[in-house]
Design a protein around this ligand. Structure first.
Ligand SMILES: [Zn+2]
Length: 274
């Protein structure tokens, strides 16, 4: 790029490459970037080559992602490579196509829910499978499982203002039993021992995303998974029963508040036959 020569369109001769700080508004957010472009020192006109324009777009995308708490393209690539994952392997673990991984690493901004899936996938590989039940978190699948419970119980879940106080108990039992019986959770959710019972980690952040997600994007439930959901629904035909049962579980009430309940605790459940 240094070898490229540009002449001022206003006939002032050679332009020079400069790094210029810029504040711009992108998707309603104020962000600061550095643009590397050709500048005429006489008239100040700025010209960007195709490569410089692409680099500026990447800088905007990364600055925006940084500001919004999303992984930048470089961070996705670095974390993937540090775990010795190919783009294909990361795609599989996050439940997306390889083209999405390539795009995110090259400046296209991932959604907030996909960012959570990416972080969970990285985390899962780092800490092993015990916290996610051997599956990358799938937000649409949480909704799919809740819809299945609605069908079996004739109760509604995920309602406006509902903080998943009861929903999470059904989800937790079904995830734990699925891990115990088939070696994989239904949703990839991580659970913590919170004062009102077992609850999804980051549930406050996740509830809106779950409600807004499209359950048809999730891998469909297998017959075996549907049977597990039915088993939990039959064990706790009313929401209050699931709530109370979860509070009798030692894997919850013996834990310190906020600690993670590993899926390996599934074998110690007492209120339902696993
Ligand atoms: Zn000029």
């Amino acid at each position: 790029m240094e070898k490229e020569i540009h002449y001022c369109p206003n006939e002032h001769g050679l332009m020079v490459v400069k790094k210029i700080p810029k504040n711009i508004t992108f998707r309603g957010e104020e962000i600061s970037i550095q643009e590397e472009i050709f500048v005429c020192e006489k008239c100040g006109i700025e010209v960007a080559t195709i490569e410089q324009t692409a680099a500026i777009q990447d800088a905007i995308s990364d600055a925006y992602r940084k500001k919004m708490g999303l992984l930048t393209g470089a961070e996705i690539r670095e974390q993937r490579e540090s775990l010795s994952l190919t783009q294909q392997e990361l795609a599989k673990r996050t439940g997306v196509g390889i083209a999405s991984i390539k795009r995110w690493e090259n400046g296209i901004i991932q959604t907030k829910s996909m960012n959570i899936s990416l972080k969970e996938a990285f985390q899962k590989i780092k800490v092993g499978n015990s916290y996610t039940g051997n599956r990358a978190l799938s937000i649409p699948r949480i909704k799919l499982v809740m819809k299945e419970f609605e069908k079996e119980l004739g109760e509604s879940f995920l309602e406006e203002g509902d903080m998943m106080l009861f929903d999470a108990k059904y989800l937790w039992y079904a995830d734990m039993i699925a891990f115990h019986r088939i070696g994989q959770s239904l949703t990839g959710a991580t659970y913590a021992a919170l004062p009102h019972g077992p609850q999804m980690n980051n549930y406050k952040e996740l509830i809106g995303l779950i409600r807004d997600s499209d359950e048809t994007e999730a891998t469909p439930l297998t017959d075996e998974e549907k049977k597990i959901i039915l088993r939990v629904a039959l064990a706790f035909p009313k929401k209050q029963l699931a709530y109370e049962a979860s509070h009798r579980e030692e894997v919850w009430n013996k834990k310190t508040v906020g600690s993670t309940i590993p899926y390996s605790d599934a074998a110690k459940l007492t209120e339902i036959q696993t």
